[in-house]
Design a protein around this ligand. Structure first.
Ligand SMILES: [Zn+2]
Length: 345
């Protein structure tokens, strides 16, 4: 489960149910709702009805939020969307994750996952630039029973100035590809106001909450224009918005997909714009998240405006394209996992 990509629980969760009257009327007697949760709920941009899927029961939602079932029942009473299930209210996975991020109690799984990933922003600048060697293990299993999935793609560290040292491709669908990659950071900054404006504009919108950064259902992130209209943004939608804004300003731009490497690789997406013959990486999402978690020194915000971080591993795909194409005859979904097997951090 990763903070910057859609959670797999959606695909693995219960089948979609027909919309029904909001649950909650039969919830256990709720306790008083603490202010932090009430404020978080007021800030939450909820998953629109057509994308809503009730897959989390109250107990599981409580576990994910780091609170108790009584608080979740009170949240449902107060307007957290739920549908009626056989055993009580069912909540949408993304609403629960985004509520955790909005309420900022520091105990939700979504917050903990973000904080873990954002250790990359801590420390001195040299740590973002030095050469790093990684041994990565890639798999692309399908979540439908009986379907093996796909052969994982080969990573492309060279797209960001790194090197593919060796690779052992999977023997077949569902198998593991192992690779040794070297990544290198590159410091760069925009020379023109037009490029700075693209980055600064989205960063400001994330900071002031006019765009809510969070976890989006697959079907919504697959329609970035709609998500942008709703001001619900994940890294993939953010990459699309910046590419659109850059092109609107007359710049050549492309989106890129890859991983933030750590013990577990976290799927990520960013935008690259062409300036004076060189491609600059624009990643205000990382800068925003680092600030939200107070994980960074101020230098990191500027670093994300043009530089390549040595934990980024690129894939030869635009952010809107699937990393693993999988036309499943069993209706499953294939997600690429990227884990580190040995040292390297
Ligand atoms: Zn499949």
């Amino acid at each position: 489960m990763t903070p910057l990509s859609p959670p797999t629980a959606e695909a693995a969760g219960a089948p979609a149910r027909a919309a029904s009257a909001p649950a909650g009327t039969r919830a256990p007697a709720p306790g008083a709702l603490p202010d932090a949760w009430r404020d978080g709920l007021a800030r939450l941009r909820k998953v629109p009805g057509e994308f809503f899927r009730g897959t989390l029961g109250v107990d599981e939602a409580a576990r994910q939020l780091g609170t108790d079932a009584g608080t979740v029942a009170a949240l449902v009473e107060a307007g957290l969307p739920a549908e009626r299930g056989e055993d009580g209210p069912l909540l949408d996975y993304h609403d629960v994750a985004n509520l955790g991020l909005a309420a900022r109690q520091g105990r939700s799984l979504a917050e903990l996952a973000e904080a873990r990933m954002l250790r990359m922003a801590a420390g001195p600048r040299e740590g973002w630039l030095k050469e790093r060697t990684w041994h990565v293990r890639l798999a692309a299993p399908c979540d439908a029973p009986g379907c093996p999935g796909e052969v994982p793609p080969v990573p492309a560290p060279d797209l960001l100035g790194g090197t593919l040292v060796d690779v052992r491709p999977a023997a077949g669908p569902g198998g593991e590809t192992t690779a040794t990659v070297v990544t290198r950071g590159t410091a760069a900054e925009p020379r023109t106001e037009a490029v700075r404006a693209v980055y600064d504009g989205l960063l400001a919108a994330l900071d002031d909450g006019s765009h809510q950064f969070g976890w989006l259902p697959d079907r919504l992130r697959a329609d970035p224009a709609r998500a942008a209209e709703l001001r619900m943004v994940d890294c993939q939608v953010a990459a699309w918005i910046m590419a659109r804004d850059a092109r609107g300003a007359g710049l050549a731009a492309r989106t890129r997909k890859g991983y933030v490497l750590g013990m577990v690789g976290v799927e990520h997406a960013w935008t690259e714009v062409l300036e004076d013959g060189r491609w600059l990486v624009l990643d205000p999402v990382l800068a925003f998240l680092a600030r939200r978690h107070r994980a960074s020194n101020p230098e990191f915000t500027d670093f994300c405006r043009g530089s390549v971080h040595n934990r980024l591993l690129a894939w030869p795909a635009a952010s809107e394209e699937p990393v693993v194409a999988h036309d499943c005859d069993r209706g499953g979904r294939c997600a690429l996992s990227c884990n580190q097997v040995l040292g390297g951090a």
